[in-house]
Design a protein around this ligand. Structure first.
Ligand code: F6P
Length: 195
């Protein structure tokens, strides 16, 4: 069986500031993760010649992949983080204060709530379909370096979690989730690379 390795990008400057969305580089901690991830991937996939690294098109994901050498890298727009529309760049506190109705609506139905001029979790799930088809088709291991909401959706698909749980799945930074699809079903391992 061939593994799929899922990971969020290393901590970004926006993660540090508590801002959602955006497109900015890694913090120092995020850069350390990128190096540890490269080490892990190079060891774990040493003899896997056909393995590939898939990232979003956002800087924080591309930078997280950059220390990994020896495998082809593919950028997918479909792996970009949920588009927070008018709320992009805000903190949850700012949304709560300045757009209380939006905040409430999202709290009530996080799966279906669509950010004004942005996306919902359902939108994200839908745009991931081609990525999932391609992942299913691969015979070699794939490392997916993406974002919290997108990885919740991908993980839920492979781990067979119900739709309503998707927006609430825990998806910590600096952790690799390894999924193995075998005849007896899906097996999962987690590697926390930083304390
Ligand atoms: O905070 C990091 C982040 O990836 C944001 O860019 C994104 O809006 C958010 O997580 C998604 O998580 P949630 O759906 O819980 O707000």
């Amino acid at each position: 069986p061939r593994p799929i390795l899922l990971t969020r990008h290393g901590e970004s400057m926006d993660n540090v500031r508590g801002r959602i969305g955006g497109d900015n580089p890694l913090s120092d901690t995020g850069e350390i993760y990128a190096k540890k991830l490269a080490n892990f991937v190079e060891k774990r996939l040493k003899s896997e010649r056909a393995a590939s690294i898939w990232t979003s098109t956002l800087e924080r994901a591309i930078l997280t992949a950059s220390p990994i050498v020896g495998f082809p890298k593919i950028q997918w727009r479909a792996l970009d983080e949920i588009n927070a529309g008018v709320c992009d760049g805000m903190t949850y506190e700012e949304i709560k204060k300045n757009m209380p109705d939006e905040y409430e609506a999202r709290m009530k139905d996080k799966l279906r709530y669509r950010y004004p001029r942005g996306e919902s979790y359902l939108d994200v799930i839908q745009r991931l379909e081609p990525v999932i088809i391609e992942l299913e088709r691969q015979r070699a291991p794939v490392v997916v370096i993406s974002h919290q909401a997108v990885l919740r959706a991908l993980y839920a698909y492979f781990a067979d979690r119900p739709l309503k749980e998707v927006p609430h799945i825990e998806m910590p930074l600096h952790t690799i989730i390894e999924i193995q699809m075998g005849v007896t079903g899906v097996q999962e391992k987690r590697y926390k690379l930083m304390d």
